[in-house]
Design a protein around this ligand. Sequence first.
Ligand SMILES: Nc1ncnc2c1ncn2[C@@H]1O[C@H](COP(=O)(O)OP(=O)(O)OP(=O)(O)O)[C@@H](O)[C@H]1O
Length: 343
Amino acid sequence: MIEFKDVTKTFQAKQGPVHAVQDVNLKIEDGHIYGIVGYSGAGKSTLVRMLNGLETPTSGSVNIDGVEISALSGAPLREQRHKIGMIFQHFNLLWSRTVLQNIMFPLEIAGQSKAEAEKKAHHLAELVGLSGRETAYPSELSGGQKQRVGIARALANDPQILLSDEATSALDPQTTDEVLDLLLSINQKLHLTIVLITHEMHVIRKIADHVAVMESGKIVEQGPVLDVFKRPQQAVTKRFVNEEVTPSLNETTVVVDQLLEKYPNGTIVRLTFHGDQAQLPIVSEMLKQFPLDLNIIEGGIHQTQEGAIGSLYVQLTGDRAKIDGALGYLEKMRVETEVLTRE
Ligand SMILES: Nc1ncnc2c1ncn2[C@@H]1O[C@H](COP(=O)(O)OP(=O)(O)OP(=O)(O)O)[C@@H](O)[C@H]1O
């Protein structure tokens, strides 16, 4: 288990002290995929760098399986670092080495024989889906393949923990999904703990089971992903969740304005469904009980690791009492409703 206890990191910069991480308490259980989300400068990288001893806390402690990483240096720290692999946004590959030689690199540093290292590297190349590409150079690979090399290299020393620092931020959406699928399968096959830093809620939704939201050095919210999606408490979390559930909110606003012009008497409602609700025909049942005209403005359902979450913008027109009845019905079915406009 990873445990941050009352961790603070203050950098002394020219302009004065920078409070990069403040009073962080966080536990990450073995085998979990834990997302750390926040906007640029929130302190995510600094937090994770304390996990592999690249930074030391100003106060507090960072422990892995009861060993206080933040108190180690020299050989014991290097030994602990072997338990942690890391992948990066820009892959950090050695450009003059082939795929196989890149994967072998940490094994050579750890003192393995060339034959052993080669055997292991072939196995890892296969694990990440790069069989047949072992002799290629990084410049000959696509972004997704480069990151696969990064992942194989990070796994070379059989780590217990994989740190991913914006590892998919430089990739297109489809390649991002492929790399995330690979991380998920590695997590399941190897029972590896994965700590993911990202500013993209999509990444969290797709593979993380838990999430911590950081803002100005602090963790402002943490918990199982679905709970945080369901009940975002902090403004920053709401922003992330809204970006994810309704990616084209601005477009929706335009459509809402147009619809209002066209149907000035309508009531526009945003419905948010969670878990099993997203599969239930709640809306059609509502319309059976309260016959109304319904325009679907925009909507979508996303799968998270722990269930579905969906959001739907609809315009209801019809008898006022029926609209009230319909909203009451949705409330009874525990669908979150937000009435955006009402004449
Ligand atoms: N070595 C350093 N010296 C001084 N300030 C630093 C140092 N490293 C980080 N900081 C500052 O600490 C704060 C947190 O930075 P950090 O890189 O951890 O944030 P982040 O959430 O990872 O953002 P990004 O995604 O942009 O890297 C920022 O204000 C940053 O400028």
